[in-house]
Design a protein around this ligand. Structure first.
Ligand code: MG
Length: 390
């Protein structure tokens, strides 16, 4: 694919889609729409730079969604779609060569495919300006002010325009300068049309939805849910029992005539669950994230380890569906504390209590757990992770 720059216009303030947030910041299957759209572009070969145009006051929202150190340039847009595109273009001045290709894309279209981007880039390189568009499927009616049908419109020559729209940098900058500021451009190609300049059309993609209404979001969520995949992870941990008066198990402190020995608080239950979640994410093990050699974790509250694993999961759009753990020991007795443990673990994980199962067994006085030398725990975590795209 030839090289190109991308301007992602995310300056809208519309919250027609509900949830109180501008739609581009709203999560879709756990990941904000803007992040999905930016990630989609970042993965493309040929990408030279990304400008994200946001609305005034959206700086912290944007940083939260993209991360403080995302390799994008964030600029503030204007009151209209056109002014926002212009702000993005200004940010490219001096960075893009006059004959570079610039793509302008709506942040609210997170399902843009690599193939579509390539079609636009190649055609814009060839013709100077190119947009993707799809045929209109519905029969079209022109309707009078009183709501009555005036006529059926011939849909054969009509197309619905999508983004990304691609242009040669210098031509786009000139069009912005030459077309009167009063021109109500709802897309970038209309500036070229206003000047009588040709705009080539490539096949759009019906799945390249623009998320606008609540119904759009619900449909997209359903599509994403269909593509989610289930992952399971297994965790196992053992800690030695030694002299003491209390121990930590599953996030709660129990009085006992022995203590669990370890570098951290030695909560064998939370360690096994943490490893199970890391396992489902294929993200290493607890020792690789929190090396026992690091003094920072001496006596650490193990809920921090579990919260870290959950943050990694959230970062990947993964949802924890269920945790099942079995503590293996002769003592203390787990039954009387089971509900408190489930409540505490579900609190740390931020999921419902009925998604956390905690069981216990002895080993009939056999082995190290039977002799009371230590406590073991096994855990299985079930997560669902997003498919690559809907
Ligand atoms: Mg451990």
């Amino acid at each position: 694919m030839p090289g190109f720059h991308a301007i992602i216009v995310a300056a809208g303030t519309g919250s027609r889609a509900g949830a109180g947030l501008p739609k581009q910041y709203r999560p879709l299957a756990g990941i904000p729409v803007l992040r999905r759209t930016v990630d989609q572009f970042m993965a493309l070969a040929g990408l030279k730079s990304v400008i994200v145009v946001i609305g005034p006051g959206q700086e912290s929202l944007c940083a939260e969604v993209l991360g403080e150190d995302a390799p994008v340039t964030v600029v503030i847009g204007g009151a209209s779609r056109r002014e926002s595109a212009r702000a993005g273009l200004d940010a490219l001045t001096g960075r893009a060569a006059p004959d570079d290709i610039v793509l302008i894309h709506d942040a609210a279209r997170p399902f843009v495919s690599n193939a579509l981007v390539e079609r636009v880039v190649v055609k814009a390189r060839e013709k100077g300006a190119a947009i993707p568009a799809i045929p209109v499927i519905d029969t079209l009616k022109r309707v009078e002010k009183d709501g009555a049908v005036a006529e059926t419109v011939d849909r054969a020559p009509l197309r619905a325009a999508q983004t990304p729209q691609g242009f040669v940098m210098s031509a786009l900058a000139r069009a912005h300068g030459d077309v009167a500021a009063s021109h109500p451009a709802t897309d970038d190609a209309s500036l070229f049309e206003a000047l009588g300049l040709p705009v080539a059309v490539v096949d759009g993609d019906p799945t390249n939805l623009k998320l606008t209404t609540e119904a759009d979001f619900q449909m997209a969520e359903t599509r994403m849910a269909d593509t989610r995949r289930v992952r399971t992870g297994f965790g196992y941990d053992v800690h030695r029992l030694g002299p003491g008066t209390h121990l930590w198990l599953m996030g709660i402190e129990l009085s006992h005539d022995r203590s669990l020995i370890g570098h951290s608080d030695a909560d064998v239950g939370l360690h096994a669950i943490t490893d199970a979640i890391l396992g489902a994410l294929s993200a290493g093990d607890i020792g690789s994230h929190f090396p026992p050699s690091d003094p920072a974790w001496r006596g650490a509250d193990s809920s921090r380890f579990l919260a870290h694993a959950m943050a990694l999961a959230a970062d990947r759009g993964a949802l924890l569906e269920h945790v099942d753990a079995t503590l293996i020991c002769e003592a203390p007795r787990i039954g009387p504390h089971r509900e408190a443990m489930r409540a505490r673990v579900s609190e740390i994980l931020g999921i419902e209590t009925d998604m956390v199962s905690i069981k216990a067994t002895t080993t009939e006085k056999l082995g190290f757990t039977g002799r009371g030398e230590g406590i073991a725990c096994q855990a299985i975590a079930t997560l669902s992770v997003p498919g690559s795209r809907a």
